[in-house]
Ligand binder design. Structure first.
Ligand SMILES: [Zn+2]
Length: 253
């Protein structure tokens, strides 16, 4: 048995901890301090670290954590992320014996070229590629790659729980409602997310089904979204054309 707990970090990051009563694995520890505090408060030993990508707010705590716990670090090797000692590629598997848990690795470029995600039939750790009702910024590579990565994630089973690395959901929903104001699932999600944030609770994990029903970046074929964008000058209404226009508009929203 295991639990997955959000450790808040910085302004809006979540460092996800998979843990039982004695051991923990953390995902994207951008800051060691809140992780060490969590481990101490819960009486847990750190067993390993999973990384989705090499941005500082995801890896910045690894060196200090490894100074305390000499654990394996899974992810993609890169000169800017020298901590990785288990290099991962598409199709690899990570087995966490403590929790009888295994993850498949999927390469999801478009935020960074070497961004990876961890998934199984129930759980997805998607870093900065897919967010609650939104998606990551295109920092490297092409928008076509980001679109393709999101399409692949959207094909996971609907019940898959989606553990994103940032609490951006409320702001993303505001944009999503501007794109698709008549979407009743989105309207409901807006109320639910608002209520959770008022209680200082995470809006995450979400699910692939909820994202498919409310996330405009996974809904590039929806008539209302296309119509909204046509009023803003959309010429190319192919899914990639819609996605490109959505992502560009979101940057200025
Ligand atoms: Zn990032």
């Amino acid at each position: 048995m295991f639990k997955i707990t959000a450790i808040p970090a910085f302004n809006d990051n979540y460092i996800w901890a998979i843990h039982n009563d004695s051991v923990a694995v953390v995902v994207d520890p951008g800051d060691a301090t809140p992780v060490l505090r969590f481990l101490e408060a819960q009486g847990l030993q750190l067993r390993s670290i999973l990384c989705t990508h090499r941005h500082a707010d995801h890896i910045g705590g690894i060196e200090q954590l490894r100074g305390v716990y000499n654990v394996g670090v899974y992810g993609r090797s890169h000169p800017n992320n020298p901590y990785i000692n288990h290099n991962l590629r598409e199709g690899d598997t990570v087995v966490l014996d403590d929790f009888e848990l295994a993850f498949n690795i999927i390469e999801v470029p478009g935020h960074l070229n070497d961004h990876i995600a961890y998934y199984n039939d129930e759980i997805l750790f998607c870093g900065d590629v897919l967010f609650g009702a939104g998606c990551g910024r295109n920092k490297e590579g092409t928008l076509a790659q980001l679109h393709h990565s999101l399409e692949r994630l959207s094909l996971l089973p609907g019940a898959t729980r989606v553990y994103c690395a940032h609490e951006y959901t409320v702001a993303n929903i505001r944009f999503a409602l501007a794109c698709e104001p008549s979407n009743s699932a989105l309207q409901q999600r807006a109320l639910a997310a608002q209520s959770l944030r008022e209680q200082n609770l995470p809006t995450l994990p979400s699910s692939i089904a909820l994202e498919r029903n409310t996330n405009p970046f996974l809904r590039c074929d929806q008539p209302e979204i296309i119509d909204t964008l046509k009023h803003r000058g959309l010429a190319d209404d192919s899914p990639l054309g819609v996605f490109t226009t959505l992502r560009t508009w979101r940057n200025q929203f």
